[in-house]
Ligand binder design. Sequence first.
Ligand SMILES: NC(=O)C1=CN([C@@H]2O[C@H](COP(=O)(O)OP(=O)(O)OC[C@H]3O[C@@H](n4cnc5c(N)ncnc54)[C@H](OP(=O)(O)O)[C@@H]3O)[C@@H](O)[C@H]2O)C=CC1
Ligand SMILES: O=C(O)CCC(=O)C(=O)O
Length: 411
Amino acid sequence: MNALAATNRNFRNAARILGLDSKLLNSLLIPFREIKVECTIPKDDGSLVSYIGFRVQHDNARGPMKGGIRYHPEVDLDEVNALAQLMTWKTAVVDIPYGGAKGGIGCDPKDLSKSELERLTRVFTQKIHDLIGIHADVPAPDMGTNAQTMAWILDEYSKFHGHSPAVVTGKPLDLGGSLGREAATGRGVVFATEALLAELGKNVKDLTFAIQGFGNVGSWAARLIHERGGKVIAVSDISGAVRNLDGIDILELLQHKESTGSLQKFAGAESMDPSELLVHECDVLIPCALGGVLNRDNAADVKAKFIVEAANHPTDPEADEILSKKGVIILPDIYANAGGVTVSYFEWVQNIQGFMWDEDKVNNELRRYMTRAFQSIKGMCQAHDCNLRMGAFTLGVDRVARATLLRGWEA
Ligand SMILES: NC(=O)C1=CN([C@@H]2O[C@H](COP(=O)(O)OP(=O)(O)OC[C@H]3O[C@@H](n4cnc5c(N)ncnc54)[C@H](OP(=O)(O)O)[C@@H]3O)[C@@H](O)[C@H]2O)C=CC1
Ligand SMILES: O=C(O)CCC(=O)C(=O)O
C-alpha cells in the first residue's frame, strides 16, 4: 500500500470513529491545490537537466498551509499528497494555527553540486512563488534539504515580493531562523518519548534504542537520548549500520560521520547489516529516514517494545496491525515528529513579531506543546477506546473538521 492509500485509510478510520458525514469527509480529504512544475537547470558542465517539482497544499481551514520540501529520487505526487495531508493533522494535533502542505523535487541531492542545488531551488521557487507566502503557505526543510535551501528560497521569493523572512522556516540564524529549530524535530521526538514513558513509569536512561537514519532528525534524537543516559545500541544511514551493545558514544559517532561522511569504519562500534536494524533487539526503535520501512515483510520480526515514528509514515497499515497484535506501542508520526513544525511556528511568530526568543524559551515552549498534545491524544484514546495512532488522528481530524464547519461552504 503506498503512502497516500495508507494515509487515506487512517483518515477514513478516524472519520468513521468521529462520525463525520460524507460531505465533510470529502472536503477534508481532497487537497486544496496540487502544483506540479518542470524545473530545468544547466548542470556545471553546461548540459541541461530537467526535474519535476511538486507542492501539494492540502488544507487551510486552521491557518496558512505549512510543511517541508523534500529532495529525494522517490518523490512523486502521491507521496507528496500523503505527506501534505499528514501535515494538516499534525499541525492540528499540536494545536498550532496552520493547515498542511508538502513539497518535493524528484532528484538525488547527493548527485548535484552546491551550485546545481542552488539553481534547482531557485527555479522551483520561481515556479511556485505566487502560490506560497507568509499567510498562505510556508515551506521548511525535510529530507535532503536544509537551512541553506531555505535561504535560497527566501532570497528568490524576496526578489518578487520584497524581503520576507517569514515565508520559510528552518532558515539560518543569520537570516531570521530560530534558535533551537535545527534540533527541534529530534528534541520533540525525545519529549514525546518521555511523555509516553512517564505514563508507564519508565525513563530514557534505563532503555536501549535503535535509530534508523542519522541526518537532521536521527542525529539530534540520538544525541539527546545519549545526553540523558539512554543507550543507543544501533544506528544506520544510507552507507550502512553500526552497533555496540554497550551503547554507542554518539558524540564520537557524529565527529566520525562529519569527518568521513559515513558511519562505516567507526572504531567505537561494529558494522552490521542495515536490514537488521529494524528488527534488532532493543526497547525503543526510532525510524528517522524513509517511509514504509516497517511493512508485512519485517513487522513480525520487530523486537522493540516501543516504536517512535520520527520519520513520516514509516509504518504501513499491514505492519501496524501486526505490531499492534504483538503489543508494540507506537507513537505515531503526526505526533512524534511534530517538534519540527512546532518550532517552525515559533520561528514564524518571531519573524512576524520582529523579536528573537532565547533558546531556553524555545525548548521550554516545545516541551509544553508536546506534553499538552500527548495529554490530548490520551484523552481521545480513552474517549474512543483506540490506540495512539487513532488517538492522534481523531484529535487532528476533529480539530480541522470543527474549523471547517465553522467557516462553512457558502460561496
Ligand atoms: N527535518 C525535519 O524537521 C523533519 C523531518 N521529518 C521526517 O524525518 C525523516 C528524516 O528527515 P531528515 O532527518 O530531515 O532528513 P535528512 O536528509 O537530514 O536525513 C535523512 C537520513 O536518512 C538516511 N537514509 C536515507 N535512506 C536511508 C536508508 N535506506 N536506510 C537508512 N538510512 C537512510 C540518510 O543517510 P545519509 O546520511 O547517508 O544520507 C540520512 O542520515 C523524514 O521522514 C522526514 O520527513 C519529520 C518532521 C520534521
Ligand atoms: O517545519 C515545518 O514546517 C514542516 C516540517 C515537516 O515537513 C514535517 O513535519 O514533516
